[in-house]
Design a protein around this ligand. Structure first.
Ligand code: FE2
Ligand code: FE2
Length: 216
């Protein structure tokens, strides 16, 4: 029990706020069930069964929709210097992959590889890898995670850049794949004159990917 007379020194002071009126969903569905306790320690088997069943109903299709929404939020973002913004960069990468006859998984990986660029800039490769890992191959996951390091190879006059940083991974099973991805679908996908397919072309692919049985 916390000592009321000696609160922790680092306690954060929060402005008073009204509690949320309801935290229940979907509203108005008489068949919807709620668990019998407000904490995990007191949930019984019937409670866990409710959660297991309704989790699937609530979140079905949600990951694909939310990922696409995050991408579309960036549609009108300004470029910070490139001739195209990150939204178009993703579309260009995916379109190039599609025109090259790549498989569906690779196309979606291209589309979403920089989806976290704005909100997780220094770690956006890990962000995309974490998002997609349950649904894609280990090679594609590794490629997403490391693509930032492989990109350095193409930056010839960037001050302080170690172009050969990727060499630490030479011999890895996904080394050549990642080098190929960055060379042909990433470092060159900043061309405002490139005719990309619209996002609608890729929506079914994104949904199909997220509908795969997630691997642990
Ligand atoms: Fe990137
Ligand atoms: Fe990129």
């Amino acid at each position: 029990m916390p000592d009321q007379n000696h609160p922790p020194r680092n306690r954060v002071t929060l402005a008073p706020a009204k509690p949320l009126p309801h935290a229940r969903t979907p509203l108005g569905d008489p068949a919807w069930r709620y668990v019998g306790a407000p904490d995990l320690e007191h949930l019984g088997a019937a409670d866990w069964a409710i959660l297991e069943r309704q989790r699937g109903l609530v979140y079905r299709g949600r990951a694909a929709r939310d990922a696409l929404a995050l991408l579309e939020m960036q549609k009108d973002d300004p470029s910070y210097g490139y001739h195209t913004n990150m939204y178009r960069h993703g579309l260009e990468a995916a379109t190039r992959a599609w025109r090259a006859g790549a498989d569906e998984e690779f196309i979606v990986v291209c589309l979403l590889h920089d989806i976290g660029y704005a909100i997780a800039n220094p770690t956006h490769g890990e962000f995309a890898a974490a998002l997609l890992r349950p649904y894609i191959s280990e090679a594609h996951t590794w490629m997403l995670r490391q693509h930032q390091i492989f990109q350095k190879f193409h930056c010839h006059d960037l001050p302080g850049n170690d172009r050969m940083a990727r060499e630490q991974f030479r011999g890895h099973p996904a080394f050549e794949l990642t080098a190929h991805f960055v060379a042909h679908y990433d470092q060159n996908a900043t061309d405002a004159g490139y005719e990309t397919l619209p996002i609608q072309a890729f929506v079914p692919l994104v949904h199909r990917l997220f509908e795969r049985t997630p691997r642990p």
